[in-house]
Write a protein that binds this ligand. Structure first.
Ligand code: TYM
Length: 339
């Protein structure tokens, strides 16, 4: 594929399944804001069609979609600069998703570790949508001829599958139509871990609320969770490699680095030699400083759901303007009459 054939364009999505965590913020949202300020066209989606691959209460889904939009804006996304919309308002996602269901191979899907994790022991009872999910995700991305996708580490395999689908489509039809998208998995917090167990990802589905910081937590809750976070008795080393076998300590240092926009090496120079009794209050202050205004702004925005709906509808119109011609061309390549 020739370099520069595609306009640099960023797309990413978050599921509106309720409960945004510090992991979503540092691994995704904060980086979405950084990319908005760079010279990219940026498109960010509340992926409601993905959320319903597991049961969602309809009223809660509506609330979570609006709350996620409020979260995006509170975190610093500007609906004028970036396109913000919910997936189901742009029907082309489902339409291209179907085409990709016919491109992706069963064997590829069976290797997806997130399906295995989410379906658990009861895979026979999982929805077909949950199994086919990564093909819809590829459609989300390729529908905009996206070149860059900022995500956390847990989405890496899905992005590799997106590349495989683009390559197979291009080969099958002898075209150079879909770009081979670059995953952007960068920074200190691409995998924020549980505050109770440094070997487990921080997740909204963890039964313990103390394991995560929610974007809706107030200052007291944030400070308490950091104070109680699991650590070890050693002081912090002055080099990051000294944290190799100390997952909980490493996680807190990564969070500190990401929240303060510093490299982990710079953080180690600052905090090396400190005990956790000293480091944790610093981290708590920083986290409250950065996160409490976001949760305050989210609640303020949620007071006017009509305005949020207007933003989503406007974003959907702008998204559709890019997506429609790309889907039309795809249909034509595949051989649909009337395309
Ligand atoms: P989702 O909704 O599970 O998560 C949204 C984003 O948050 C990141 N993330 C984390 N990053 C660091 N540490 C953590 N503990 C952590 N937890 C979550 C995720 O990596 C993700 O970037 N399949 C996607 C949604 C999706 C999508 C897309 C993403 C659908 N279509 C197209 C990009 C492009 C998902 O379930 O993310």
């Amino acid at each position: 594929m020739s370099e520069g054939q595609f306009t640099p364009r960023v797309f990413s999505g978050i599921q509106p399944s309720g409960g945004l965590t510090l992991g979503n913020y540092l691994g995704a949202m904060k980086r979405f804001v950084d990319m908005q300020e760079d010279a990219y066209e940026t498109i960010y989606c509340m992926v409601d069609l993905h959320a319903i691959t597991v049961w969602q209460d309809p009223a809660k889904l509506r609330h979570a979609t609006r709350e996620l939009c409020a979260g995006f804006i509170a975190a610093g996304l500007d609906p004028e600069k970036s396109i913000l919309f919910n997936q189901s308002q742009v029907a082309e996602h489902a339409q291209l998703g179907w085409i990709f269901n016919c491109v992706a191979r069963m064997g590829w899907m069976k290797r997806m570790t997130q399906f295995k994790d989410k379906a658990g022991k009861n895979a026979e009872n999982a929805s077909l949508g949950l199994f086919g999910y990564p093909a819809l995700m590829a459609a989300d991305i390729l529908l905009y001829h996206t070149t860059h996708v900022p995500v956390g580490e847990d989405q890496k395999q899905h992005l590799e599958l997106t590349r495989d689908i683009a390559i197979k489509f291009n080969n099958d039809f002898g075209v150079d139509f879909f770009p081979i998208t670059e995953p952007v998995i960068e920074g200190a917090a691409t995998r924020v871990m549980s505050l109770r167990d440094g070997t487990k990802k921080m997740s909204k589905s963890d039964p313990s609320d103390m394991s995560r910081i929610n974007l809706t937590d107030d200052a007291d809750a944030i400070a308490k969770k950091i104070r109680k976070a699991k650590t070890d008795p050693e002081p912090l080393p002055s080099e990051f490699k000294g944290l190799e076998d100390r997952p909980e300590a490493r996680n807190l240092v990564n969070i500190y680095a990401a929240l303060s926009d510093q490299s982990v090496d710079a953080v180690m120079l600052e905090v090396g030699g400190q005990q956790f009794g000293q480091f944790k209050p610093m981290l708590a202050d920083l986290a409250v400083d950065k996160l409490a205004p976001i949760s305050g702004e989210m609640s303020r925005l949620m007071e006017d759901p009509g305005e949020i709906d207007r933003i989503l509808a406007g974003g959907a119109n702008r998204a559709r303007a890019i997506a429609t011609p790309i889907l039309q061309k795809t249909y034509e390549i595949v051989g649909m009459v009337g395309a």
